[in-house]
Design a protein around this ligand. Structure first.
Ligand code: NDP
Ligand code: GDP
Length: 351
């Protein structure tokens, strides 16, 4: 033990689970927040085999009192705010809820920290989506933010509040402007995992087609376990600051599709269909992050390549569906996720 206490909001999500695992290896006592759902959602903690090693506290960023109780109960030295309505697509469907959770929720958290644990170090999960549909060849800490979605607008509000609390009240409040990062624990609606899950099912004859939206958008994709280490390094730095965490490489959605289908020996063009419902009212077409500052000041550098990342994800989903077909039981999200064809979108014409 290093006698330090960490509080991870959103511990049930992709990054929360990997960060908890990382902090446990560093000897932290780890508290995580969860919210009450009709179906409990601890599969990632179980998947990493750390469910019994973390302390869970009920907390919703919509509810200030539950935030206050959480800070009082955990008395954290470090707070990692990963909780958010994190999916851009859903933020177009539910812009108000996204703003209240992802934006105002952070203001509630900062106020509670200021009043209850002002000495704690605070990390905010900012995002490359804040750059919006920009025209720069790369983005770094000095690039202007022009958000293109309700999610990005909420995250920019939160990012601004962190800077205000750092300057105004002297809180050790930092942000990581993280570019997309993926893994076998990625939420199933995000395009990489949607692709690898569908490719595995197609390979095994469970499904035949994969419907996608904009294949031309470019993303800077990294491997999530490496990105949670950057979060920790940001809070170990001697001063609170903002850091871009990225790979400085960019690829189209189509390239990811091609890589995933090739991995299992299939031709993507025989299986992929474009469905307008998966196109967004406004999209972010180009992201490529310059992580020079994180490299220089934190010694952080990405390791897993684009091709390795796609292979890790496709191999994991193929193994899971194979196990599932063989009747092997394990904690997992995809088996009870409905085909997205069943889910209507407000962008469809209903008449
Ligand atoms: P996930 O969607 O996997 O996890 C989000 C977490 O937030 C879940 O634990 C979720 O709980 C929780 N949450 C949602 N709503 C609330 C609420 N009202 N109160 C409390 N908790 C809530 O996201 P990731 O792990 O991928 O991302 C972590 C953070 O980093 C997020 O803030 C995301 O926006 C940000 N980010 C992510 C990037 C990425 O590429 N992954 C890139 C840049 C930023 P539940 O399980 O109950 O739904
Ligand atoms: P984001 O960068 O946080 O929005 O991550 P996503 O993985 O949700 O989306 C990345 C890009 O993939 C965006 O430009 C989407 O428009 C594009 N995309 C194309 N088809 C799909 C799809 O079917 N689902 C999702 N989620 N994104 C898609």
């Amino acid at each position: 033990m290093n006698n330090k206490v960490a509080l991870v909001t959103g511990i049930t999500g992709q990054d929360g689970a990997y960060l908890a695992q990382f902090l446990l290896t560093k000897g932290y006592k780890v508290y995580g927040t969860y919210r009450r759902l009709s179906t409990p959602n601890f599969w990632r903690l179980q998947y990493l085999n750390i469910f019994d090693d973390v302390e869970l506290l009920p907390c919703d960023l919509l509810d200030s009192y539950s935030i206050i109780e959480t800070l009082r109960a955990s008395k954290p030295d470090e707070i990692y705010n990963l909780a958010a309505q994190s999916f851009v697509g859903a933020s177009f469907e539910q812009p108000i809820a996204s703003g209240e959770i992802t934006g105002l929720g952070v203001a509630k958290l900062l106020e509670a920290i200021r009043l209850i644990v002002p000495e704690a170090r605070f990390y905010q999960a900012s995002t490359s989506e804040m750059y919006g549909d920009n025209k720069h060849s790369y983005q770094d800490e000095k690039t202007e933010f022009v958000p293109s979605s309700p999610y990005a607008a909420a995250k920019l509000y939160a990012h601004s509040m962190v800077n205000i609390y750092r300057q105004g009240y002297g809180l050790f409040a930092s942000t990581g402007i993280l570019f997309n990062h993926e893994s076998p624990l990625r939420g199933i609606e995000f395009v990489t995992r949607k692709i690898t899950n569908a490719v595995a099912k197609i390979k095994l004859g469970i499904e035949d087609t994969l419907e996608l939206g904009n294949l031309d958008a470019k993303r800077d994709w990294g491997f999530a376990p490496e990105y949670v280490e950057a979060m920790w390094l940001i809070l170990q730095h001697d001063k609170a600051d903002d850091f871009v965490v990225a790979t400085n490489e960019t690829h189209t959605i189509q390239e990811f599709v091609e890589r995933a289908f090739t991995r299992v020996g299939l031709n993507w063009e025989n299986h992929v269909k474009i469905n307008e419902k998966f196109k967004r009212p406004v999209d972010v077409n180009y992201l490529k992050g310059n992580y020079a500052k994180a490299n220089e000041l934190l010694g952080w550098t990405p390791k897993t390549t684009f091709a390795e990342l796609a292979d890790i994800m496709i191999d994991a989903d193929l193994e899971r569906w194979t196990n599932w077909q063989n009747g092997i039981h394990f904690s997992w999200d995809a088996w009870n996720y409905p085909n997205e064809k069943k889910i209507l979108s407000r962008k469809l014409k209903y008449d």
